[in-house]
Design a protein around this ligand. Structure first.
Ligand code: 5GP
Ligand code: ZN
Length: 143
């Protein structure tokens, strides 16, 4: 528990939330902004800042619940035809609350007020550069 953390306060019911699921490890509640109707945050009860702070055990306990919650959201409304699941890590990646969370954003149409831009930089690196980039990552894998 971090005393200054808004999500820790929500987990402790010091701040109200519209909660759809809760167990020993996670709480799933509506994002206040409701980017699209049903926009939900899945939040570990343990205060961890971002994806880089998860160990395997915590990751298993948190992420394994995401499909079940996603299915429940989708089943709640026949107008939901897809879902974006996003997890922002660091200010540069649009993280504004420094208690890790997973966004589940139900999708309704092309103009439902959610969008992502994916640049195409296919041709920017040679095969050798790609291999060198991959090798550096491989050297840093744990376990
Ligand atoms: P981030 O930008 O860090 O990925 O997402 C943080 C999310 O937390 C935002 O989408 C924001 O709307 C949501 N949020 C911030 N404060 C509150 C709050 O007090 N209650 C709820 N339910 N959501 C919040
Ligand atoms: Zn917290």
């Amino acid at each position: 528990m971090d005393e200054n953390c808004i999500f820790c306060k929500i987990i402790n019911n010091e701040i109200p939330s519209t909660t759809i699921y809760e167990d020993d490890d996670i709480k799933a509640f509506f994002d206040i902004s409701q980017v699209t109707p049903g926009h939900t945050l899945v939040v570990p009860k343990k205060h961890v800042q971002d994806i880089f702070a998860y160990d395997e055990d915590l990751a298993e306990r948190v992420f394994k619940k995401v499909p079940m919650i996603a299915r429940a959201i989708k089943a709640s409304n026949p107008k939901i035809i897809g879902m974006n699941i996003c997890q922002n890590n660091g200010k540069i990646a649009y993280q504004s609350v420094m208690h890790s969370h997973i966004h589940l954003v139900p999708r309704y149409s092309n103009d439902d007020d959610f969008s992502m831009h994916w640049g195409d930089n296919t041709d920017l690196a040679s095969n050798d550069e790609l291999q060198a980039r991959a090798d550096k990552i491989k050297q840093n894998l744990e376990g």
